[in-house]
Write a protein of this length. Structure first.
Length: 298
């Protein structure tokens, strides 16, 4: 797959504060890349530079082979953007605002198709001022899709959506990826990123501290699995392929790099000595675990 977005050595400062410090990454055709990081990590600055809304200080940025900083109308016609907030006139109806934005693009998707895709059928005549927060967010997504974009920038696209609408938006993003659209997604919902992203880029203080698939990022936290259970404090655990046990709020936790062998040793010992391991659970590190580890301050 060809790279649709290419960033090399990107830098941006606000006065003496370095917001983005020499970051480099790509987004390929038909790829969803999740851009993660705490507030102030440089996510919004990076995305706004890619959208052509903010000037960079240094580095190379290309979207579909063009520099977004030059505000090329041919490039603008090929990208879709969902911002964190919008400034649409509240007196317009849903249908009116979608038709208005659709008129800016040729060729363009039909209004009916966009309304169906984003779950807005049935509220076409509603004024934006009367919509719920979740419905307003769906309008934002609809306006990003009216030009049938080749590149899509999604900044917190499911904020305020109920679970059903959120899953419908996930389905829309998946269909767009399958059609070859390159998608850069920022979200604080890490389950959403783990579900949708082919690759995850983690920013901290303007630098990239992780860049890999969600499963590989989650698996690089220095251990393979965590085993937890409740047991009588007076019972001594056997030795096994795990680090020293920790106990908090009555829950014993074992960290191990050998999950299968650790479970075999633990359960065999429990059966042999008639010990009940209440609430026994084994889990692997999640993307959230690794994200918190990568973005925590030293």
């Amino acid at each position: 797959m060809a790279d649709v977005v290419r960033v090399e050595g990107l830098q941006k400062s606000y006065g003496s504060r370095r917001a983005v410090s020499e970051i480099s990454f790509t987004v390929a055709e038909g790829e969803v890349v999740g851009l993660l990081g705490p507030n102030g990590a440089g996510k919004t600055t990076t995305v706004e530079i890619l959208e052509g809304l903010r000037k960079r200080d240094a580095g190379t940025v290309l979207v579909l082979g063009r520099d977004p900083g030059k505000r090329d109308r041919r490039l603008s016609a090929c990208i879709g953007v969902v911002l964190q907030s919008e400034g649409i006139d509240d007196v317009l109806s849903v249908e009116e605002v979608v038709k208005l934005y659709a008129s800016f693009y040729r060729p363009r998707c039909s209004v009916e198709e966009i309304l169906e895709e984003t779950g807005l059928c049935g509220c076409e005549q509603e004024r934006l001022a009367h919509l719920s927060g979740g419905q307003r967010r769906r309008v934002d997504v609809a306006l990003a899709l009216v030009g049938d974009p080749r590149v899509l920038f999604l900044d917190e696209p499911t904020t305020g959506l109920d679970p059903a609408a959120r899953r419908k938006t996930w389905d829309t993003i998946t269909r767009l990826r399958d059609r070859g659209v390159a998608i850069l997604l920022t979200s604080h919902y890490l389950d959403e990123v783990q579900q949708l992203a082919d690759r995850v880029i983690v920013l901290r203080a303007g630098r990239i501290v992780g860049d890999d698939t969600p499963s590989h990022v989650a698996g690089h936290s220095g251990y393979e699995a965590v085993i937890s259970f409740r047991i009588d404090d007076a019972i001594a655990l056997p030795s096994g392929p795990w680090e020293p046990a920790s106990v908090a709020h009555g829950v014993t936790t074992l960290v191990t790099e050998h999950s299968t062998e650790a479970m075999r040793v633990l359960t065999s010992w429990a059966v042999l000595h008639s010990v009940e391991l209440e609430d026994l659970e084994m889990r692997r590190p999640s993307l959230e675990d690794r994200y918190l580890e990568l973005t925590s301050e030293p």
